[in-house]
Design a binder for this molecule. Structure first.
Ligand code: ADP
Ligand code: GLC
Length: 479
């Protein structure tokens, strides 16, 4: 079975969030079970120099740039570094060779031509999956991810392609919405601008297009698959999603258990495992030292790593932080994002020197050291399609305290592997934190909870098998 996996980020090449972790790990897990999965990624400036053994396999001369001039674009073949996953790179410098992130410039502003950039990626994905592909590898199915590749199923279907497609929703909050005027430049027929097409409340939505045209929709946890059919978390798409519920399923993400392994982690000097926990204590000391926290062995240390976005519930954490400090706890935060949240976090740190530490920025190594050195991990997300950090926390013996939503609900068992609360309020979070404070001094009970989490299996294999079954069901005849 051949699968083309189209995505806008993939670890270790380019990452802004969990989509990159999934795109870096799922294709490899699929290959392990015998599926020829290959990844398509834009040729951002920051990834080009990381690629090895690159060769050109196609040249495109049919595309125009956002100003309507011919656009130089070609397809390179390479591999995801450190893996055997074949990688196709859409090298179109006018669209992708920029300073800044994949979606935003260095100031954090969306690129003005994002519609054009990701329509280009989507068109190439559809082309490679359709009958007019310029390369000699034909996928049996096209797997798209989030709004950035949401138009691909539309291009595929509108050009008469019959290859089945899947779109995975990693986050319904990002919908790729652009004014209707964008349509003309994106090679979409005017007739597609309809409720039976790419139109969404008077605008164009890349994600809606994917949800409408794809053969099947998946999301990244069973609970989120239910939640997005309801007005509360459907973000305007609930009608369409509920209407397609026969073609909608939730497959829980796995985690990369080589990259996230407390017994062999290149970012740590204090390895440990469920049977030999001494290293965990050392990790906490080292983390306190690194972040300038008081070297208190018995102060419960609460970790949190998150994009600083409304979704992640940082305002709830800010509301309970004083209570944590009053009860003798410490807090270690890592994240970057909305400036107002970053500023509020800075104020908190200034108010509690030696007790609250935060690194505002992106730091892969520190994210591992926080998982390893914390006693508890805060994840009070208002919604969470899957969430990876709670699974990393479980594996690293950092007991998660989570809101019962999406993948958090599906991965943390209240009172067994962590603490789960049911209302996204500071009060409910605080009650869960108090339960953690109460249990923490009872070492055998606490250790039992840590061990229960550390021994859960969140490897990709189960998820890869679920995708395999899904793909098989969508192919005209089994391959
Ligand atoms: P989301 O995709 O919504 O951001 P996930 O929990 O699925 O949430 O995945 C987030 C991923 O990004 C995790 O691997 C997490 O460790 C990482 N991450 C988020 N913020 C940072 C940061 N500031 N520094 C390092 N890693 C981060
Ligand atoms: C998204 C979601 C997160 C999920 C990740 C990977 O960014 O916010 O919950 O884990 O995608 O699927």
């Amino acid at each position: 079975m051949r699968i083309l996996f189209a995505t806008s980020e993939a670890a270790p090449l380019i990452k802004t969030g969990g989509l990159a972790d999934v795109s870096g790990a799922l294709p490899a897990a699929l290959r392990k079970i015998g599926i020829d999965c290959r990844v398509l990624l834009p040729g951002y400036a920051v990834i080009m120099y990381k690629l090895e053994a690159t060769r050109q396999i196609a040249r495109f001369d049919q595309f125009l740039d956002a100003a309507g001039k011919p656009l130089a674009a070609r397809l390179l073949q390479s591999a995801i570094p450190g893996s055997d996953v074949p990688l196709y790179v859409l090298d179109a410098p006018a669209a992708f060779a920029r300073d800044g992130g994949p979606y935003q410039d260095a100031e954090g502003l969306d690129y003005p031509d994002n519609a054009h950039r990701f329509a280009l990626l989507s068109q190439v994905a559809a082309l490679l999956a359709g009958p007019a592909s310029p390369i000699d590898w034909q996928p049996d199915l096209l797997h798209c991810n989030d709004w950035q590749t949401g138009l691909a199923p539309a291009y595929l279907r509108l050009s008469g392609g019959t290859t089945p497609s899947v779109i995975t929703v990693h986050n319904l909050a990002y919908q790729g919405i652009f004014p209707p005027s964008a349509l003309a430049k994106l090679n979409l027929p005017a007739s597609s601008f309809s409720i039976e097409g790419v139109e969404y409340y008077g605008n164009l939505s890349f994600l809606k297009a994917g949800l409408y045209y794809a053969s099947h929709i998946t999301t990244v946890s069973p609970t989120y698959a239910m939640e997005i059919q309801q007005p509360h978390l459907g973000m305007g798409m609930q009608g369409l999603l509920a209407g397609r519920r026969q073609q909608l399923s939730g497959i829980l993400n796995g985690i990369d258990t080589d990259e996230w392994n407390p017994a062999a982690d290149r970012h740590l000097n204090c390895e440990f495992n469920a049977r030999a926990m001494a290293g965990k204590k050392r990790c906490k000391q080292l983390l306190q030292e690194e972040l300038g926290l008081e070297p208190l062995d018995d102060a419960p240390l609460f970790g949190m790593i998150a994009r600083m976005a409304h979704q992640k519930g940082l305002d709830l954490v800010l509301a309970v932080a004083d209570g944590i400090i009053d009860r003798g706890g410490q807090i270690a935060l890592l994240g970057t994002g909305e400036k107002s949240i970053e500023a509020a976090v800075r104020v908190l740190v200034e108010r509690h020197p030696g007790k609250v530490a935060a690194l505002i920025g992106y730091d892969e190594g520190l994210s591992h050291r926080i998982e390893a050195g914390s006693d508890m991990f805060l994840m009070p997300s208002l919604f969470e399609p899957c969430g990876l950090n709670q699974m990393y926390s479980l594996r690293y013996g950092s007991v998660p305290i989570v809101h019962a939503t999406g993948g958090l609900r599906d991965t943390v068992e209240d009172g067994v592997t962590g603490f789960v609360f049911h209302q996204p309020t500071a009060h409910a979070l605080w009650l869960a934190i108090e339960r953690a404070f109460e249990l923490y001094p009872h070492r055998p009970a606490w250790k039992k909870m840590m061990t229960a989490g550390m021994t859960r299996d969140f490897s990709w294999e189960n998820s890869a098998r679920a995708y395999q079954t899904l793909y098989q069901g969508l192919l005209p005849t089994e391959v």
